[in-house]
Design a protein around this ligand. Sequence first.
Ligand code: TYD
Length: 140
Amino acid sequence: MPETIEVKMLNFSQKGDDRGRLVIVEGGIDIPFEIKRVFYIFGSDPDVVRGRHANRRSEFILINVAGTSKVRVVDRNGNEMIIHLNRPHTGVYIPAMVWKDMYDFSPDSVLLVLSSEHYDPDEYIRDFEEFKKGCGNAEA
Ligand code: TYD
């Protein structure tokens, strides 16, 4: 993993007993931000590519709570990483100003996303060239 990309995998604690398993993700404790928004993505065909954006302010945690998918992240220095999300107790932390594409969704994929910010379409950068040029730093 290149040093300059601050994307990191996180393993969440699990409580398991004969009734099944429970995974715990507490804002500000298990992840580096308080959670303001939760959304989840399902029913995407395997050939679909979602995301295709960076965010000026939002930080994210992505967890495939069911099924599998992949996330490709690119930072402004061009460092690229592909993450396989395939365990319900493992997530990836994606800081602001990282480009992300989600793809290769399994038919049963449920991709849970936790975010540090409420939804604001204006903080999404959907043009890769604009992102690479660094227009819109995290303070913008
Ligand atoms: P989009 O950002 O394209 O999804 P993703 O990048 O996760 O594949 O969002 C799809 C639609 O949903 C788009 O019309 C914006 C809307 N949306 C909200 O209204 N609130 C949200 O929190 C999110 C993530 C999307």
